[in-house]
Design a protein around this ligand. Structure first.
Ligand code: FAD
Length: 379
C-alpha cells in the first residue's frame, strides 16, 4: 500500500511521471497551473528511466533511442538536456550469421550476393508472394519480402516478441521497419536523433524541476483514487485505460518483458544492440549500454531482453495490436467520453498505442494545447 503525503488542491493531477505525464506537467506549469503528479514507481522517467552503473548510463527498461522529424518536439526536449549524435545501425543474428538490419543492400548482399538496387529489386520481385489485400503481419511481410527474408529475420523474432503467431497480428506492428534498396544502413530516417548526454533521467529531472510541479513517487493513483480525484478537477492519465475502469469490459492484452543485466569486462559485442531473430533463442536482443554514449570504460554492462506474457501486477510494456483489442479499446474510449470527460488519457498505456517517445511528446503537447485553448503558434 503506497502513502500519499501531499494534500493540495490543484486544478491538474497528472498520473504517471513518464514522458506523457512529464511533458504535460511542464507545459501546464509553464502556463501558470499548479500540478500534482504521482507515479507508483519509486523513480521518475517511466520506461525511459536510466541509471548509472560504473559510470555507464543503463537504460533500465530497454534501450531508448530518440528520433524525430518533429521540430517542435526536438526543441522541447533540447531545453532540458543536450543530445549526443548517436545514430543507430542495427545488427541481427540469424542462425550463426550476423546481418545489417533493417533490411538494406548490405543485408541482401550478404544473403544473396546482389550488388545493385536493380539486382536486389529483381531478386525481391521473384521472392514476393502476391497478396493484393494482406490481412495480417505474415501476409504483409510475405508480400513485401517473400518467404526467405521472412523466415530469416521476421517470423521467429515476431513470435518471441509478441508470443503469437504472426498470422494473428496486424501488419501495423511491422510497418515501422523500413526496407531499403540502398547501402544506407541507418535504423531511423529521422532528421533529429540522439541519446541524452548524462542519461534520460537527467532530462526528466530538469523537465520536472519547476516550482509549480509537485511530484510524489511511490503513489498508486488507484489506491488513493477518491482522495486524489477530490483534489483535482482535471486529470491527465498515462496508466492503463482498462484498469482505470476496473476492467469493466474485460482486460486489454499487453506484452511484458524481463531484463537480465550483468557487468563484464571489456567490450562484449561492439554495438549497442544485437537482435536475435531465432525462435529458439529466448531473448530478443542484447543491449550493451556503453555504446550509446561511446563511454570509455574497461567494464561493460549488458542486458538480455526476454519478452513474456503480461500478468496482473507486472509491467505492461506493449499494447498488442489485434482486432479483439482494437474493438475493446473503442468501447473503453466511448466509456471515457461519457463517464470520465474530466480525464485526458494519453501515452502508451492510456491511449493503448505502440508509440515511440517523440509521438508521446507530440501527443502530450497537443493535449495541453487543446486543454488550454492554445493555438500551435502560441504554444
Ligand atoms: P511510461 O513510460 O510507461 O510511463 C507511464 C508511467 O505511469 C509509469 O512510470 C507508471 O509507473 C505510471 N503509472 C501507471 N499506472 C499508474 C497508477 N495507477 N498510478 C500511478 N502511476 C502509474 N521509444 C523510442 O522513441 N525509441 C526507442 O528506442 C524505444 N525503445 C523502447 C524499448 C522498450 C523496451 C519499450 C518498452 C519502449 C520503448 N520506446 C522507445 C517507447 C517509449 O518507452 C515510450 O514511447 C514512452 O516511454 C512512453 O511514455 P509514457 O509516459 O506513455 O509511458
Amino acid at each position: 500500500m503506497s502513502t500519499l503525503r501531499v494534500k493540495m488542491a490543484v486544478k491538474y493531477l497528472v498520473v504517471g511521471a513518464g514522458l506523457f505525464g512529464s511533458v504535460a506537467a511542464r507545459q501546464l506549469a509553464e502556463r501558470g497551473h499548479s500540478v500534482l503528479m504521482v507515479d507508483r514507481r519509486g523513480h521518475l522517467g517511466g520506461n525511459c528511466y536510466s541509471e548509472k552503473v560504473q559510470g555507464i548510463d543503463v537504460h533500465r527498461y530497454g534501450p531508448h533511442i530518440f528520433h524525430t522529424n518533429n521540430l517542435r518536439v526536438w526543441k522541447f526536449v533540447n531545453q532540458f538536456v543536450e543530445f549526443n549524435n548517436y545514430r543507430h545501425r542495427g545488427v541481427v543474428q540469424s542462425g550463426d550469421r550476423l546481418f545489417s538490419f533493417p533490411i538494406n543492400l548490405q543485408t541482401l548482399h550478404d544473403l544473396w550476393g546482389v550488388r545493385t538496387p536493380a539486382e536486389a529489386q529483381q531478386k525481391l520481385a521473384a521472392q514476393r508472394v502476391v497478396c493484393p489485400d494482406p490481412q495480417n503481419l505474415e501476409e504483409w511481410a510475405l508480400s513485401q519480402v517473400g518467404p526467405e527474408l521472412y523466415e530469416t529475420f521476421i517470423r521467429g523474432y515476431t513470435m518471441k516478441q509478441w508470443g503469437r503467431d504472426p498470422r494473428e497480428l496486424s501488419a501495423a506492428v511491422l510497418r515501422r521497419i523500413p526496407i531499403r534498396l540502398t547501402w544506407d544502413d541507418s535504423y531511423f530516417d529521422d532528421t533529429y536523433q540522439g541519446i541524452p548526454v548524462g542519461g534520460y533521467t537527467r532530462m526528466f529531472e530538469n523537465m520536472l524541476d519547476h516550482p509549480r510541479i509537485e511530484l510524489e513517487l511511490g503513489v498508486d493513483f488507484l489506491e488513493h483514487r477518491q482522495e486524489l480525484e477530490s483534489q483535482a478537477p482535471r486529470i491527465l492519465y498515462s496508466g492503463m485505460i482498462d484498469q482505470f475502469f476496473d476492467f469493466r469490459f474485460g482486460a486489454l492484452e499487453y506484452r511484458s518483458l524481463r531484463f537480465e543485466t550483468e557487468t563484464l569486462a571489456g567490450d562484449y559485442q561492439g554495438a549497442a544492440i544485437v537482435n536475435s531473430a531465432d525462435a529458439q533463442v529466448p531473448y530478443t536482443r542484447i543491449v550493451e549500454h556503453k555504446h550509446f554514449a561511446r563511454t570509455k570504460s574497461d567494464s561493460t554492462v549488458i542486458t538480455r531482453e526476454y519478452p513474456l506474457a503480461y500478468r496482473p501486477g507486472g509491467e505492461a510494456f506493449y499494447p498488442i495490436s489485434t482486432e479483439r483489442n482494437e474493438k475493446l479499446l473503442e468501447r473503453y474510449k466511448t466509456l471515457a467520453a461519457h463517464q470520465a470527460p474530466h480525464v485526458m488519457f494519453g501515452g502508451r498505456l492510456g491511449a493503448y498505442r505502440y508509440f515511440d517517445m517523440h509521438q508521446v511528446i507530440a501527443q502530450a503537447l497537443s493535449c495541453v494545447d487543446r486543454e488550454l485553448g492554445l493555438t500551435r503558434r502560441a504554444a
